[in-house]
Ligand binder design. Structure first.
Ligand code: GDP
Ligand code: IMO
Ligand code: MG
Length: 423
């Protein structure tokens, strides 16, 4: 049994795509286990940049079988467009396998996502607008439509008709919108079915058999620990479990099958959308992270909020995911800062906190307690070994290790596949 998990240790966009691409060199299967096309995972190979939202980043490695597990919600139009995009650009996605248990994102999910955000006013979550929350809501309410339902056209049509009748009541009476006609929706989705169904199967069994045969499996998370529906900064979270437990459920493997848990964290911190962010910067340092780090969303193009690394949050991610190692990304972005800071605790109402407070509303009033680190001037984008990093950069990474309590196995120093310093 040997599955490795790549999990976001912050608020998403840590660089999971590039980490998965790198680790996928040594595996046979790469499985996405949750989320949907709210994810945007960037892989850069030479001069080519790929932004993947649905297909596991392992697809870039020619021998790897990419798998979409049952925990993912699938917008078939987006998935098929991504398949076509890869084909056009010379990447072969034909090995892709899709779980029949995965739920479909339907057009009414997107409408409801937008309508719910509007109605939240000041308390809007800042969702990606892809229908993710409403699709997972239907799944939990046992009102969802699954990929396997597409096999029986009449059954599928009946499911959509019932769902649309239900959603039309919401759309017209609660949100003052026009009702939807189920007929074109059924037609549209049955067209997608012709292309998708050959790829659909029992993926948890596929993974089980692979593990039994001694093949290597990598599980690729979307989003991150602090966006987890159970363990994140609720309600400013996504509607799935990006954390390690979610990997087991969403891929359909028992937790004992996972023996390596790689937490991916930026050397600083970003967040897209609303919600508390104690170390957020509103000064030139934050602007510089946006500019140098190119901190704009892969999916929505939104400017990411930036701040210093939060070690309290990272220790929390270690605990929630049982991290066995950290992969620190974007260290190059911090080159040239005279001082680099990291929060080791928070001050709240005269008290010092070293753990994330149980009541997440308190985070809004938590003032970070910073440790200051000497910066480094050198361009480190060409460094490929930890020992060759400037002394100050090494000290910063070693301090992260000490504070979080797990080893840092890799440090990336640029977005391209090979721009990694291995420990
Ligand atoms: P993901 O959602 O976790 O896969 O991360 P994203 O792809 O949304 O965002 C990470 C961004 O940082 C992408 O634009 C990557 O190309 C870029 N990136 C990843 N690692 C590094 C790095 O070490 N240095 C720099 N400068 N950019 C990086
Ligand atoms: P990757 O996989 C960063 C955020 C949204 C919003 C909240 C809920 O690229 O790291 P949703 O559309 O999921 O209902 O939005 O979650 N969010 C992400 N932030 N990276 C992501 O994915 C995200 N996916 C969702 O901005 O705050
Ligand atoms: Mg992303």
């Amino acid at each position: 049994m040997s599955a490795t998990l790549v999990v976001g240790a912050q608020w998403g966009d840590e660089g999971k795509g590039r980490v998965t691409d790198l680790l996928a060199r040594d595996v046979d299967f790469v499985v996405r286990y949750q989320g949907g096309n709210n994810a945007g995972h960037t892989v850069i190979v030479g001069k080519e940049r790929f932004a993947l939202s649905m297909i596991p980043s392992g697809v870039m490695q020619p021998e790897v079988v990419p798998v979409i597990g049952s925990g993912v919600v699938i917008d078939p139009k987006v998935l098929l467009a991504e398949i076509s995009m890869l084909e056009e650009r010379g990447v072969d996605p034909s090995r892709l396998r899709i779980s029949g248990n995965a739920h479909l994102i339907m057009p009414y999910h997107r409408l409801l996502d937008a309508a719910q955000e509007d109605s939240r006013g000041d308390r809007r979550i800042g969702t990606t607008g892809r229908g993710i929350g409403p699709a997972y809501t239907d799944k939990i309410a046992r009102a969802g439509i699954r990929v396997q339902d597409l096999f029986d056209r009449d059954f599928f049509a009946a499911q959509v008709e019932a769902a649309v009748a239900d959603k039309n009541r919401l759309l017209t009476r609660l949100y003052d919108q026009n009702p939807l006609d189920p007929v074109p929706i059924v037609e549209e989705y049955l067209c997608y079915a012709d292309r998708l169904l050959p790829l659909v199967g029992d993926t948890s069994r596929l993974i089980w058999e692979a593990l039994q045969d001694g093949r290597k499996v990598l599980l690729e998370g979307a989003q991150g620990t602090l966006l987890d529906i159970d363990h994140g900064t609720y309600p400013y979270v996504t509607s799935s479990n990006p954390t390690a437990g979610g990997a087991s459920v969403g891929a359909g493997v028992g937790p004992k099958a996972i023996d390596r848990v790689v937490g991916v964290a930026k050397a600083y911190l970003t967040r897209v959308g609303s919600g508390p962010f104690p170390t957020e910067l509103f000064d030139e340092a934050g602007d510089r992270m946006v500019d140098v780090g190119g901190e704009y969303g892969t999916v929505t193009g939104r400017r990411r909020r930036c701040g210093w690394l939060d070690l309290v949050a990272l220790r929390y991610a270690r605990r929630i995911n049982s991290l066995t190692e950290l992969f620190i990304t974007k260290l190059d972005v911090l080159s040239g800062f005279p001082t680099v800071r990291a929060a080791t605790g928070y001050r709240h109402a005269g008290q010092t906190l070293t753990e994330l407070p149980m009541r997440h509303t308190l985070l809004a009033d938590c003032e970070p307690i910073y440790q200051d680190f000497e910066g480094w001037e050198e361009d480190i984008t060409g460094v490929r070994s930890f020992a060759d990093l400037p002394r100050a950069a090494r000290f910063y990474i070693e301090s992260i290790e000490d504070q979080v309590g797990v080893p840092v196995s890799h440090v990336s120093v640029g977005p391209e596949r090979h721009q990694v310093a291995v420990r």
